[in-house]
Design a protein around this ligand. Structure first.
Ligand SMILES: [Zn+2]
Length: 453
């Protein structure tokens, strides 16, 4: 049985502008480069996440740059998923430590091409400064305090290989790193989690550090820094610290930006947890998989055609074969999709839907918030299927007012039983689907069926 792995990309929040063919294997999960160009002159910062697959703080922060930042001056290039296969497999490195492959590497190495490709991006004339995001053990501190806080630890540090390089700009690495730490620390209340500059003095005989990505950049006179968030923190906390360092570096370089969420732990966690959306076949199939059930059945996929996916997040991959697909999101397992194959009908692109008494024309691939009830406007020759809503001897679910309590909870997409699929068919062919989302009400929850949400 041949396995198919689908790397997914979505470039803007609301439109699925890029989709990839399914015709790949697990070994073809390539990293993606996202150029956030402002169009205004200024420096270019390259941010890399996921060189090791088990450091989610770094690659999650990098993915948030891709999905939630707009650059207004200068450019930020982001590779959020450098070792994508290891990220998806939740391994430090399925083919060994990729961050030891930058001094020399035999062509036979399975990661040879990926390493060559990221090297050429690092050497791109436009790239001025490189940040490689890691999650490190404990807390780096220049003098020994205790077992978890000492010079041998890595967490909460900005790493340089040497103080200075011969670069046209930003060659004083030590000074720039100190300035970044200082401005980051201004925003960190507790001095115990403050950042420090760690100089590995790589060329003085650190044979391990000589093999790293940053030292490859240094050897080529490119300013590069390792950035470490402490593994003592949970993923979203690490991501917040990483973003603070990235933003401080942008500030030092004069790169201007806007961010789509508030810089708080709560907002970042929510954004990370909710940004799991998947569209297939030109948005006709659309799944918001935030807190999805572990298994989603009867997904109407297109008969006899390669699957095209796009996703809301560059850390999402879909791995599988015709019978079932596993959806992975970074180190997380999201759900398993079990398809049912249909011919597709292209005669419609919207559903006419009454939402709490108001008629709306809802495009396929949309989530519609419903407070109390909805009704699909009947359409001749078309059949509506509200997944989980069953009436005796009636096949078409249009023309009926539907409340949450009338739908069987276990058919929801999400574990909280709020999001349900509404699908349209014409003569047995699938036309498209939307999701209705029964939102929580203030005070009384009209649609409540007794769960806690
Ligand atoms: Zn690392």
């Amino acid at each position: 049985m041949s396995k198919v792995v689908l790397p997914l990309i979505w470039l803007t929040i609301s439109c699925f502008s890029l989709s990839l063919q399914a015709n790949t294997s697990v070994n073809d999960l390539d990293f993606t480069l996202h150029k956030l160009d402002s169009g205004e002159d200024g420096p270019t910062l390259l941010v890399i996440g996921g060189i090791q697959g088990d450091e989610p703080g770094g690659f999650t922060a990098a993915s948030l740059l891709v999905t939630d930042y707009q650059v207004k001056k200068g450019s930020v290039w982001v590779v959020p998923n450098l070792n994508f296969k290891s990220i998806i497999k939740r391994s430090r490195g399925v083919h060994g430590d990729m961050n030891r492959k930058f001094l020399s590497l035999p062509k036979a190495d399975p990661e040879y091409e990926a390493v060559e490709k990221i090297k050429s991006i690092i050497l791109d004339k436009k790239v001025d400064v490189i940040l490689n995001l890691h999650d490190g053990s404990g807390f780096y501190h220049p003098v020994y305090i205790n077992k978890s806080r000492n010079p041998r630890r890595w967490g909460q540090s900005v790493i340089i290989d040497q103080a200075m390089i011969e670069a046209p700009k930003y060659g004083d690495l030590a000074e720039l790193a100190e300035r970044v730490c200082k401005s980051v620390n201004n925003n960190i209340k507790y001095s115990k989690t403050h950042y420090h500059v760690k100089n590995t003095n790589t060329r003085d005989g650190d044979v391990e550090m000589e093999k790293t990505l940053t030292y490859f950049a240094i050897r080529n006179n490119k300013p590069a820094f390792g950035v470490e968030a402490s593994k003592d923190f949970r993923t979203h906390t690490r991501a917040l610290y990483h973003l603070r360092v990235v933003e401080s570096m942008m500030g030092e370089l004069g790169i201007e930006y806007e961010r789509g969420f508030k810089m708080s732990l709560r907002a970042i966690k929510k954004r990370i947890d909710n940004n799991v959306k998947l569209a297939m076949f030109d948005n006709k199939v659309y799944l918001d998989m935030a807190k999805a059930r572990s298994r989603l059945s009867y997904i109407p996929m297109k008969k006899g055609e390669q699957i095209h996916f796009s996703a809301s997040n560059p850390l999402i991959a879909v791995i599988g074969n015709k019978k079932s697909y596993k959806v992975r999101y970074g180190n997380r397992s999201v759900t398993q999709l079990h398809p049912q194959y249909f011919e597709y009908d292209d005669s419609l692109s919207t559903i006419k839907l009454w939402v709490d008494g108001e008629l709306k024309d809802v495009p396929f691939g949309t989530v519609v918030d419903v407070k109390d009830a909805f009704k699909v406007e009947p359409l001749e020759n078309y059949r509506t299927n509200i997944i989980g809503f069953a009436r005796q001897n009636i096949k078409d679910d249009s023309g009926v007012i539907v409340k949450r309590k009338q739908i069987s909870k276990r058919y929801s997409v999400d574990r909280a039983s709020r999001k349900y699929r509404v699908e349209l068919y014409r003569e047995g062919k699938f036309c498209g689907m939307i999701l209705v989302n029964f939102i929580k009400q203030r005070g009384v929850d009209f649609a409540s069926t007794g769960d806690s949400g």
